[in-house]
Design a protein around this ligand. Structure first.
Ligand SMILES: *Cc1c(COP(=O)(O)O)cnc(C)c1O
Length: 456
């Protein structure tokens, strides 16, 4: 074998060994961060180092600080694992080192994005005519969607924001649920709108936007450029806004609807949960993650827009040396990046690996396991604080201090990893079930650990 082949083989072996260790290795790593930093630190040597030695050093330095987020008992932050074919495709993307800027820099990357984009729209019930930008995360997808929104609501008011910027522009109102994800606010900051434009709209009992409050807020905001941020999948409760009624309301007022569906949009991919996202096709833009519930490797997300021309008007650019793409916007026309990783290969591979039924089964299984958590912990005498409609479960173990203690103890103990959150003024354990390899036995083992730790 030549040297490069040996190097790649060794890395593949290492990654496979690591994946095999996931079901049994401690999930979290309570390690002293400074020791890890030290392992990587030191002056950059002046002389080159042979690649095999570099990789061996990297593995030795990183291994003690790896968190088993890809494993079956990681329930923090809606993380999700990484499907085998998708991971392998991502390795190929690095091996091929393609630039997914457009069809001139990589015809294959653009073709993969086109096919995967069609599959995604079909699975999620987004109109086939929508554009899809393959972006780094739902944060970037929210930014792209809101950039398109900003373009259109100002164009409707006779203002070209791409040319003139926001100085002197008509002011924009952004109505967003009180329980929106924090990335919405950062996107608004990055787009120069600032967070003061947000008029928070009250949420109902399970965290979905309250339609009466939205109606009132729209009346108060109009007339004038208005963007409404809806949500499929409240990051604490999993609740989805009533998209059909909300979209119809907003459109009657001439506003733009952006849906943050980072993980919750996947409810649309299963017949059992599709009703939660009923009416999603009426929105104007959507953000959805691949690296969370779809179990694609990082970084992978999708910015959909009902109007490809608006999407491209907000995001694309031209330069004298960029020729040949022509036609429909592709690749970098739809994202904030110029040179970009060919993440479409992993998306294509992950969807192909699961198939339509596999995606639905993944969603159903995670929801069933979330209900199993809720039932098991309720039976053990603890309080489930949300209505478990999707894959998110909020658990109280008594008062705030005791709940925080159980969360911290679980993180240190290593059977599973769960996060803490503050919801409606209370500290709660937040369990997100979004890994394709999680089994009932994993849930039962995690419940047993939580019950044991709560008793200590
Ligand atoms: C995770 C999440 C985001 C941010 O997604 P990233 O992929 O981390 O950028 C946005 N909105 C919601 C509802 C989320 O759950």
């Amino acid at each position: 074998m030549d040297e490069l082949r040996r190097l790649f083989h060794s890395v593949a072996d290492h990654a496979a060994d690591y994946r095999r260790s996931l079901p049994e290795r401690p999930v979290g790593v309570p390690i002293d961060q400074s020791r890890l930093v030290e392992a990587f630190a030191g002056p950059l040597p002046a002389a080159p180092t042979p690649p095999e030695q570099v990789v061996a050093e990297l593995v030795a330095a990183a291994e003690p600080g790896l968190v088993a987020t890809a494993g079956p008992r990681y329930f923090g932050f809606v993380v999700g694992g990484a499907l085998p074919a998708a991971t392998a495709a991502d390795m190929l993307a690095a091996g091929w080192d393609q630039v997914a800027f457009n069809a001139v820099t990589s015809p294959a990357a653009v073709a993969a994005e086109a096919a995967a984009g069609d599959w995604l729209k079909d699975l999620l019930g987004i109109p086939a005519s929508a554009s899809v930008g393959f972006v780094t995360g739902a944060q970037a997808a929210n930014t792209a969607g809101l950039a398109a929104a900003r373009h259109q609501v100002l164009a409707d008011a006779g203002w070209d924001v791409e040319r003139r910027g926001l100085l002197g522009a008509p002011s924009i109102r952004v109505l967003a649920g009180a329980e929106r994800h924090a990335t919405i606010d950062r996107s608004l900051r990055l787009l120069g709108l600032g967070t003061d434009v947000v008029r928070p709209v009250a949420a109902g009992p399970n965290g979905a936007i309250d339609l009466e409050s939205l109606r009132g807020a729209l009346r108060a905001a109009s007339p004038g450029p208005t963007i409404v941020c809806l949500q499929a999948g409240n990051v604490n409760t999993g609740a989805c806004d009533e998209l059909r009624e909300a979209c119809e309301l907003v459109h009657r007022h001439g506003g733009w609807v952006h849906v943050d569906g980072a993980f919750g949009l996947w409810a649309a991919a299963s017949p059992a949960t599709r009703h939660l996202t009923d009416g999603l096709e009426l929105a104007d833009s959507w953000a959805c993650d691949g690296h969370k519930w779809l179990n694609l490797p990082y970084d992978s997300a999708f910015a959909f827009c009902a109007r490809p021309d608006v999407h491209a008007a907000a995001m694309s650019y031209t330069a004298s040396y960029l020729v040949g793409s022509g036609g429909a916007p592709v690749g970098a026309d739809l994202t904030a990046e110029s040179s970009r990783r060919a993440r479409g290969f992993a998306v294509w591979a992950g969807l192909r690996e699961l198939g339509r039924d596999g995606v639905a089964a993944l969603v159903d299984r995670c929801c069933a396991l979330a209900r199993r958590f809720a039932e098991g912990l309720t039976a053990a005498g603890f309080e489930v604080a949300n209505e478990v409609v999707l894959n998110q479960v909020l658990v109280g173990f008594g008062d705030d201090a005791r709940t925080d203690r159980v969360v911290a103890a679980a993180q240190a103990e290593g059977t599973c990893w769960v996060g803490g959150t503050t919801w409606r003024g209370r500290r709660l354990m937040r369990i997100a079930v979004s890994n394709a390899t999680t089994t009932e036995a994993d849930v039962d083992r995690s419940i047993a650990a939580m019950v044991r730790l709560a008793a200590e």
